[in-house]
Design a protein around this ligand. Structure first.
Ligand code: ATP
Length: 416
């Protein structure tokens, strides 16, 4: 036993692969953010007002995942804070990720703690926490920048009341007290439509959109991080370009590209390989894809999981049509005693699952029989089944009857 562990320990300590793996972790904020100069300039120009003790306009940042929104915002805020210290101006910021801190209470408690006000974990009403926060802000001066990351998460679950309150907090404070400005970050472009018009206009005093990275930009980003994270010679141009190309094919997500490189490195290290190869990247891609599918499927609402199960039952690894799918779905729903939703809603669910890359739905013409959608699984069936089977009711349904034969021939007869 000792020998096994010695070997593992030595492999990590004397890694030929990693010098400092943490540099590839998603929380690490690098010194340089290539290809984000424009965004840094825009965010910096809005927030710089704080250095003159003025309230910066509220700022709304959006862009797809992994486009550097959080990294840029925190990078600018850290530099701003340092500059403010130099100038002797009181500028602080509170960073709250509302996916992790998912209630108005927790959000307010985090903001309070950024100005040194302690709020108990529970026991107060949200209104009381708000009142205490307002009181504390009115006793202080300076500027407080509140960053609400993944703000759509909170609003979708708890409504936009908290945003309304926070964007209005200035009206409740007497002259000379803390000036509060809000930075909202989201990767959901449709989120804006969910907001009350007043919240939308006040949060969007300024807006910055982060475009996705292309493969070339991702390569620069990866090299910047790889130089410090890996031992010299452990990764080469082919590996970096391959990671960049795969991530760019999705939507230019830097997080995905970095994850890919990190997992490929871990695989090489575990194999005691002298360097990371394209093969490691391919395997890493498959593993990350499986993890993603598992995570997405496990957290889907019940009816979406039933739809997936219906596709498995009706199509196996082949195809099914919308009508057939709906029949099977209703049967499954009734077997576990839940009321089925309408065909229209199922259609929406199919679109959502298509966008998530779990299902593929293609419209095909069936000549004089009109059009139909051919639906099939678009991700690894084994992983989907594993994730569905976490729910005992669904596991039972999965075990109930064998899968029907493949349906590929349907496609041919539909002329697709
Ligand atoms: N230009 C860049 N240079 C170096 N690293 C970057 C750059 N852009 C993003 N990253 C890195 O990619 C990862 C994801 O970035 P970040 O968290 O900022 O994305 P995001 O747009 O906030 O995504 P999400 O909406 O999913 O939260 C982080 O590890 C970040 O450091």
């Amino acid at each position: 036993m000792e020998d096994i562990l010695d070997e593992i320990f030595e492999r990590v300590v004397e890694s030929r692969i990693f010098r400092n793996r943490d540099i590839l972790s998603p929380d690490y904020i690098p010194e340089k953010l290539p290809h984000r100069e424009n965004e840094i300039r825009k965010v910096g120009s809005v927030l710089a007002q704080a250095l003159k003790n003025s309230r910066p306009n509220n700022l709304f940042i959006y862009g797809l995942t992994g486009t550097g929104k959080t990294a840029v915002t925190l990078y600018v805020l850290r530099r701003l804070e340092a500059k403010a210290r130099q100038l002797g101006v009181d500028v602080r910021y509170a960073y709250v990720n509302t996916r992790q801190r998912d209630t108005p209470y927790k959000v307010l408690a985090d903001i309070a703690s950024s100005i040194g006000l302690r709020v108990p974990f529970t026991g107060l009403s949200t209104a009381e926490v708000y009142t205490r926060l307002v009181r504390a802000l009115s006793r202080r001066s300076g500027v407080l920048i509140v960053v609400l990351d993944e703000v759509d998460w909170l609003v979708r679950r708890k409504g936009d009341d908290i945003l309304y309150k926070l964007t209005r907090i200035g009206y409740e404070l007497p002259a000379g007290s803390t000036k509060v400005s809000i930075v909202g970050i989201t990767n959901d472009v449709k989120f804006v439509e969910m907001l009350d018009a007043r919240v939308r206009s006040s949060l969007g005093e300024e807006e910055v959109v982060f475009p996705p990275y292309n493969a070339e930009q991702l390569r620069d980003i990866l090299w910047e991080r790889a130089r410090e994270a890996f031992q010299p010679g452990a990764v080469d141009e082919a590996v970096i370009s391959y990671c960049a190309a795969l991530a760019a094919r999705e939507h230019g997500d830097a997080r995905r590209a970095l994850d890919l490189l990190r997992v490929a490195g871990e695989m090489a290290e575990r194999e005691n390989a002298p360097r990371v190869t394209v093969e490691h990247v391919k395997k890493a891609w498959m593993q990350l894809e499986r993890d993603r599918v598992y995570e997405v499927v496990s957290t889907l609402p019940l009816h979406a999981r039933l739809v997936l199960l219906a596709v498995i039952k009706a199509a196996g690894t082949g195809y099914t049509t919308t009508g057939e799918l709906y029949t099977v779905y209703r049967e499954l729903a009734s077997r576990i005693g839940v009321e089925s939703v309408t065909q229209r809603r199922i259609s929406d669910i199919i679109n959502e699952l298509d966008m998530l890359g779990i299902l593929s739905a293609r419209v095909v013409s069936r000549g004089r029989y009109g059009k139909t959608r051919m639906i099939s699984l678009a991700a690894d069936p084994g992983t989907i089944i594993e994730a569905l089977a976490r729910d005992t009711r669904l596991r039972q349904l999965l075990e109930d009857a064998p899968l029907p034969p493949k349906r590929e021939q349907l496609i041919g007869s539909a002329g697709a």
